[in-house]
Design a protein around this ligand. Structure first.
Ligand code: GDP
Length: 450
């Protein structure tokens, strides 16, 4: 997300910092570029106007133009104004402090990612926060919706063992299901009951009435609106309409992984008054993040988001597995199974270009990629190849000769040259690791220095 905007904004600020002493004309020119960059990123016009005015006012103040490094002073002002637009410093946490079972109402249009997000929130609450979570689908229009939520609950439960779906009873109305969910929550000692309401293709009165009725009945601690970040301004308009009609306590923006522009995120707070509390960045259940305006501002300005990166790694990586593999590497015993385990760990961290965007200075690489995702299909093919090998072959790849290669290529739908490349790459990796293990890590550092 924010690739385009980030590229342009850091360009403008780089230009300013080279200038030494700034004139008012420099600031005006910079603000003209910032304005264009924000409009191109699909930020709502009133938000852009307000932003640019704020920055200009503060920048042309005597202190800035006369300060030692005016460029940096302006960068700081832009950074602060971005944080304001994004909702102010610090993530706004979910408020689940009511007496259990705490109802959480999920609302939004069809296809916004509402059901997936319900599953992601259930995983987060049941895993990290050890809560017992009940998921209930109030969508009686589409029987498939209830089944989808049930399957999702099963997947989450397989990970944490603390999540169930409310059993489906056909013929009940949304209000009856909501009542039954809260009752079950009470009787069976759930901490949180997530109510996934029916979506519609567009906003209509019937939908709003239904949501309002359920809201009055269940008095949710949170009414979370899920919107698709890729729909840009529409996401903001949807949020405005929902907030005016039923009242929401927060926004979850899904598909941030697909939205290179990020305008919706920058307009949301100012236009709707509702804070973005969480963002979704992928289809897998772990891909849910808290929304930290100061970190997002850092990413837009190309400063990276080291705090976010470290957090993501700590959450998603399997440390025992990492240590096991590291030991094998250092012992020079790394095999193809270990390689697959490494691929899985990288994949679990989410999209590669998403990770790049969090690294200071690497945002530039992302600019070169444009809207394209880094090509990670190679990992998928490597996994396919390796899973077509026998156990013996994975442990001792040197036994893989011509006839085995043919068999593996046929089994994995790849070609012999591809298998050769994988084996060569693996061989290079192993040689490197053996060298490292012989030198010890200190030796490696010396080796690289000299
Ligand atoms: P609902 O109709 O609002 O309940 O939407 P769903 O939860 O069924 O999601 C619709 C599709 O969007 C599914 O294929 C999801 O896997 C996908 N999806 C949901 N959230 C995200 C996200 O954050 N990123 C991406 N890339 N896909 C998502």
């Amino acid at each position: 997300m924010f690739e385009q905007l980030s590229g342009k904004m850091s360009g403008v600020l780089d230009g300013l910092s080279k200038n030494g002493k700034l004139s008012e004309a420099d600031v005006t020119e910079a603000m003209r570029e910032v304005r264009l960059a924000m409009l191109e990123a699909d930020v709502a016009l009133p938000v852009v106007r307000d932003f640019v005015n704020k920055v200009r006012e503060r920048s042309v103040g005597q202190e800035v133009l006369e300060s030692v490094s005016p460029g940096q002073a302006v960068a700081k002002i832009v950074n602060d104004a971005l944080i304001d637009a994004l909702g102010g410093a610090g993530a706004v946490p979910l408020n689940l402090s009511a007496n259990p079972p705490v109802p959480v109402l999920m609302v939004g249009l069809q296809g916004s990612g509402k059901t997936t997000t319900s599953g992601k929130i259930a995983l987060r609450l049941s895993g990290r926060e050890n809560k017992k979570v009940l998921l209930a689908s109030l969508d009686v229009q589409r029987p498939a919706a209830q089944l989808q939520l049930q399957q999702l609950a099963e997947r989450v439960n397989a990970k944490t063992g603390r999540v169930q779906a409310l059993p489906i009873i056909s013929g009940q109305s949304p209000v009856q299901i909501a009542k039954r969910a809260l009752e079950t929550g009470r009787l069976e000692g759930y901490d949180v009951v997530i109510l996934d309401t029916a979506g519609r293709l567009s906003i209509d009165e019937a939908l709003m009435d239904e949501v309002r009725e359920i809201r009055t009945l269940t008095k949710p601690a949170e009414t979370l609106l899920v919107v698709d970040a890729m729909t840009g301004q529409d996401a903001v308009n949807t949020a405005k309409a929902f907030n005016e009609a039923v009242g929401i306590t927060g926004v979850v923006m899904s598909r941030m992984d697909g939205d290179a522009r990020g305008g919706a995120a920058l307009s949301m707070k100012a236009i709707t008054g509702a804070p973005i509390k969480l963002t979704g960045s992928g289809e897998n259940l772990e891909a849910l993040e808290e929304f930290h305006p100061e970190r997002v501002a850092g990413r837009i300005l190309g400063l990276g988001d080291v705090a976010g990166l470290v957090e993501r790694a700590a959450e998603t990586l399997d440390h025992e597995e990492g240590e096991r593999v590291a030991k094998k590497m250092l012992a020079g015993k790394f095999d193809l199974d270990d390689y697959v385990s490494q691929i899985d760990q990288i994949n679990r961290m989410g999209s590669i270009s998403g990770i790049l965007g969090m690294m200071p200075g690497l945002g530039k690489i992302k600019d070169m990629l444009g809207d394209k995702e880094l090509d990670t299909s190679i990992f998928k093919r490597h996994k396919a190849i390796i899973s077509s090998m026998t156990k013996q072959e994975r442990k001792t790849p040197e036994i893989i000769k011509a006839s085995r290669k043919k068999r593996i290529a046929a089994g994995s739908g790849t070609t012999v040259p591809e298998i050769n490349r994988l084996l060569k790459q693996f061989n290079d990796m192993s040689t490197m690791m053996k060298r490292i293990s012989k030198m010890g890590l200190g030796g490696l550092m010396r080796g690289m220095g000299g």
